[in-house]
Design a protein around this ligand. Structure first.
Ligand code: BT5
Length: 355
């Protein structure tokens, strides 16, 4: 794939026994080694090794003679079994989840897994930091430690024309999750950003492989700014960045990841079952949160620049803009920015009234 070589060697995979042990310890009570060994179906020596492994990942585990082991602290890392615990799925060891302390790009790993290793839909790749995080059109995604860098492998059995809707559904899932867990009003900037107060909290990079008839796989890459406060080392794009901690939020990363994955899973299932009505639902929901609706915007499509009033998003996921001559345009790709200077807004409004 594109000559990039990707390694699973440094990944920490979801290890079912560790996950079961972690779940047993979740109540914060003491558990005897014998009890844990019985539940896991292993020897006490094996339990001891598993506990040691958890300690190596940063867990605080108290050991008291005659009482047993008690979980006292959990590391602030989106480890796979922490995500699985919060996903709370019936068969919660079935979904492959990989965690990297550091990786080039979770999308690169997920693409490789989807294309060459045929991993099932729902596979997650998560990192604490990325060294070559990617945005759209060859742009970089700043990925300092402590953020959320997540790629989901999806295999929605639908026509490739629904790919733009999948991208919008991903931004919608993040907006809903951030709102549900942190009470923030999150807007969606077409086609792939989640904004809080006109600052960029999250970017989504959706990469799709399809033949004429159907999508083979989609890798949905989501970057959410969590820990670091944006400073002058951050790229200042068209929009200033913002992080959840800067907004005063303490973030349980596994919980936020699980919420995003659940929201997105529900939207993708709906798209697969009933693509046309589901597209309408997704695009209407996006439109309700659409940043700069009714405002004067500039859209750079790659080949042209279009300025006009942002009308909304149509059912196919295209951006609808009315230009100064009153023409309505549907744009399938591009970068939207606000015509911030009131002088410019006035000039276009004037032209629009005149024309
Ligand atoms: C995006 O691209 O917004 C998509 C970003 C997707 C990142 C995720 S992280 C997990 C997965 N693995 C990857 O390698 N990628 C995905 P775009 O719309 O092209 O925006 C990129 C622009 O946003 C840059 O040119 C900067 O101006 C700005 N930017 C870069 N890093 C940022 C950050 N952390 N927060 C806010 N803005 C940022």
């Amino acid at each position: 794939m594109d000559g990039r070589s990707v390694s699973l060697d440094e990944a920490i995979p979801l290890l079912p026994r560790l996950q079961i042990l972690r779940r047993l310890l979740d109540d914060g009570a003491y558990h005897s080694g014998e009890h844990l060994a019985g539940e896991l179906g292993v020897t006490r020596a094996a339990v001891w090794k598993l506990l040691d492994r958890l300690r190596q990942y940063g867990y605080g585990i108290e050991a008291v003679p005659h009482r047993g082991y008690r979980l006292v602290s959990v590391p602030d890392l989106p480890l796979p079994w922490e995500v699985a615990l919060r996903l709370g799925e019936p068969d919660d060891t079935a979904r492959p989840i990989y965690f990297y302390p550091s990786v080039s790009s979770t999308n690169d790993v997920a693409r490789d897994l989807a294309e060459r290793r045929g991993v099932p839909a729902g596979t997650l790749v998560i990192a604490d930091r990325q060294t070559s995080g990617r945005g759209r059109r060859g742009r970089a995604w700043h990925s300092p430690p402590g953020g959320i860098y997540l790629s989901l492998v999806a295999r929605p059995r639908c026509h490739p024309r629904y790919a733009p809707v999948i991208a919008l559904a991903s931004a919608l899932a993040v907006a809903r999750a951030v709102e549900a867990l942190h009470g923030l009003r999150a807007a969606i900037k077409w086609p792939n950003d989640v904004l809080v107060d006109d600052r960029k909290l999250c970017g989504v990079l959706t990469e799709v492989s399809a033949d004429q008839e159907a999508i083979r796989w989609a890798v949905i890459g989501i970057g959410i700014n969590v820990a670091a406060r944006p400073d002058d080392t951050w790229p200042m794009g068209a929009l200033p960045p913002v992080s959840l901690s800067e907004l005063g939020h303490r973030v349980d990363r596994p919980a936020l990841i699980a919420r995003v994955v659940r929201e997105l899973g529900a939207l993708l299932a709906r798209l697969q079952a009933d693509p046309q009505p589901a597209s309408t639902e997704v695009t209407r929901a996006v439109e309700q949160r659409l940043a700069w609706r009714g405002r004067l915007v500039r859209v750079e499509t790659g080949s042209t620049i279009i300025e006009g009033h942002l009308v909304g998003v149509d059912d196919s996921g295209a951006l609808v803009v009315r230009d100064p001559s009153g023409r309505t345009l549907e744009l399938v790709a591009g970068d939207v920015s606000l015509r911030s200077s009131t002088g410019q807004e006035a000039a276009i409004s004037g032209a629009s009234q005149g024309g």
